[in-house]
Design a protein around this ligand. Structure first.
Ligand code: PAF
Length: 285
């Protein structure tokens, strides 16, 4: 059955009060729509641990770096509601823009440090937009638990820190990246790749995997990343914005995985910016 679509905060609050009276544990899956199996895996995780699940769909203008990118972002509300139907979610919150940013809205949530690197370096202001809208969705929904994919690893770190710093009583749960059979991480942006570019995009994961294996085996960071960058160029990728090994907790740069680490990449392909990341096992001493 298709879940009710709510567009006003007052409707969400009314539902929330009923659920609280029932003593329900409320789960939240924030999205910008264009749902794929990665989002649906978050819904499955939410259904497994929560009594009531809200999926939000809001294309947040404040986290885009260009008006063109915002305009091109796929908007597929009808298809999204159909995809959610078999999952038995309890509400789909598709707030009208004024429910998030009413006239005169003046508050910005900014998480320092974690947002200065990687995506933050190439997408100035992006994480302020994310932290602001996610803080609002956390507070508006009053959810107990929120589900985010590890595909956007830095985002997961940022929203976790934001909730902790602002004492928002919600548990942020990271969920494994869902990949196509080729290994390509699922993303709404993949829809914008031509079939030919999709084929090339499948080369990203094997290159990342190979580099992670080398680093885990103690290889020199500069030499191995140079080889990985060459492999990406040979596979037809464009500019590599970053290909970095980082501490999994603080995102500080590492040259060896001497603590839990993450390998993260942002690369252009046919005018589309792809990001991905994988865990790198700690070197044994
Ligand atoms: O990951 C996304 O889809 C968005 O950044 C989020 C978390 C829904 C905030 O707009």
């Amino acid at each position: 059955m298709t879940a009710p679509i709510l567009r006003r905060l007052s409707d969400l609050r009314a539902l929330h009060s009923d659920w609280r009276r029932e003593g329900a544990r409320i789960g939240l899956v924030p999205t910008m729509g264009a749902l794929h199996d990665g989002h649906l895996s978050l819904v499955t995780a939410a259904k497994a641990t929560c009594d009531r699940v809200i999926v939000t769909i809001f294309v947040n203008p404040r986290q885009f770096n260009s008006l063109e990118d915002l305009a091109k972002y796929p908007r597929t509300e009808h298809e999204d509601a159909e995809k959610l139907a078999p999952y038995g979610v309890d509400a789909i919150y598709v707030p009208d823009p004024d429910q998030i940013y009413p006239d005169g809205y003046a508050t910005n949530v900014s998480v320092s440090g974690l947002t200065d690197v990687l995506e933050g370096e190439f997408r100035p202001g992006h994480f302020d937009g994310v932290a602001t809208v996610v803080a609002k969705l956390f507070l508006q929904s009053g959810a107990d638990q929120a589900f985010f994919g590890e595909k956007d690893y830095q985002q997961l770190m940022v929203v976790t820190r934001m909730a902790r710093d602002l004492d928002i009583p919600i548990t942020v749960q990271g969920c494994a990246t869902i990949r196509e059979p080729s290994g390509l991480a699922m993303s709404s942006r993949n829809m914008r790749l031509s079939p030919e570019a999709l084929g090339r995009a499948a080369e990203l994961y094997p290159v990342l995997r190979e580099l992670a294996d080398q680093l885990q085996a103690g290889a020199d960071f500069d030499e191995s990343t140079t080889l990985a960058r060459t492999a990406l160029a040979n596979a037809g990728f464009g500019e590599v914005e970053y290909l970095d090994l980082r501490c999994a907790e603080t995102l500080a740069p590492l040259s060896h995985p001497d603590r839990p680490a993450r390998l993260l990449v942002a690369v252009w392909l046919d005018g589309i910016r792809l990001i991905d990341n994988i865990t790198v096992d700690q070197l044994s001493n």
